[in-house]
Design a protein. Structure first.
Length: 339
């Protein structure tokens, strides 16, 4: 397993000659096909939209699953790992480079990377993860009807957002819930629509602050001060990559902060209903192994949901943000004590 992901920018692959992945050249003039197959090196392109703990963990889980299935980095597998740094234009450059390099499989981590990968190729197998709405994003027709060359896992558990928003309204008593998101991220639009629906059922109001870059996140958080009783951050890659800016405002102004996944909760938010992104990436890696082994085609593997879901409360963050933790919450959530 790769211990630490080494990020490359989209431009870093331009002009670099890569291995052909066909094994060493036969120099004795004979054609030994079984020997060639034994020495085959699988080339896997990894395209990740942004660098933050959840997406990083998903990539690590993906690589670990493939390692466990016999695809070992540096032995029979070569990984080309690139990060788009939350730039939509970079995602297409990365995808096109992978197509030019004739990789055996593309792992697309987050919606923008998956969309660009599918736009770049209809032939190379694509496995996506950390995608909130694969149908709405146009990646697949339905969960049980993936595309000819694409399938993967979604990070949108049907009950995930509901658990958190209902907790904010019922247990925290928030009537005005602030939401910060990038309107350019399709996955965020889907989640915010759900937040609006859930808040309305609870008699709460949603106060929105939209951003387009991570540099705008702190200002967006500050714009909510005095207008909201709590803040909720969906699994928005742009906002999550600058989450510390929101945490600093929440701590200084004593505004309870809630997030859409557990890794962000550990960074300093009060609670999240979620799962381990390493496990989600691992699920995706197991699917990829089936394809690389020739056991299945992407079209034969349905899109999968996260295998588990839990509400977790960060007691230290609650103290920092002025929210009293009630002992009875043990019945509906786990407590996070820090690492």
């Amino acid at each position: 397993m790769i211990k630490k992901i080494k990020w490359l920018t989209a431009a870093s692959l331009v002009g670099i000659a890569l291995l052909s992945g066909c094994g060493s050249e036969n120099t004795n003039g004979t054609d030994n096909s079984s020997d060639k197959e034994a020495k085959k090196t699988y080339k896997i392109g990894v395209t990740q939209f942004a660098e933050h703990p959840s997406l990083d963990a998903a990539t690590e889980g993906f690589i670990k699953a493939l390692e466990d299935e016999g695809f070992k980095d540096g032995e029979n597998t070569e990984y080309m790992i690139q990060n788009a740094q939350a730039d939509m234009n970079n995602t297409l450059t990365i995808a096109n480079n992978f197509v030019g390099d004739k990789v055996d499989l593309i792992f697309a981590n987050a919606t923008p990377s998956a969309v660009s990968a599918l736009n770049a190729t209809k032939e190379i197998p694509i496995l996506f993860t950390s995608v909130t709405d694969p149908v709405g994003a146009g990646l697949v027709e339905a969960f049980d009807k993936p595309g000819d060359n694409i399938t993967g896992t979604t990070d949108n558990h049907p009950e995930g957002t509901a658990k958190t928003i209902n907790f904010i309204a019922e247990e925290v008593g928030a009537k005005n819930i602030g939401v910060i998101f990038n309107a350019g991220e399709q996955n965020s639009e889907v989640q915010v629509d759900k937040v609006r629906e859930l808040a309305k059922k609870q008699g709460a109001n949603v106060v929105e602050a939209t951003i387009s870059t991570s540099a705008e996140v702190k200002q967006a958080a500050e714009s909510l001060v005095g207008r909201v009783d709590a803040i909720y951050i969906p699994t928005d890659n742009t906002v999550v990559s600058a989450l510390e800016s929101v945490i600093s405002v929440a701590n200084s102004k004593k505004i309870p902060l809630f997030v859409g996944e557990l890794d962000s909760m550990k960074r300093g938010a009060i609670a999240a209903s979620g799962f381990n992104y390493f496990d989600l990436g691992y699920q995706t890696g197991k699917m990829a192994a089936e394809i690389l082994k020739g056991n299945k085609k992407p079209s034969e593997i349905p899109v999968e949901l996260p295998s588990s879901l839990k509400l977790v409360i960060n007691k230290k963050a609650a103290e920092e943000q002025g929210l009293e933790v009630k002992q009875e919450w043990e019945k509906i959530a786990e407590f996070y004590e820090g690492e």
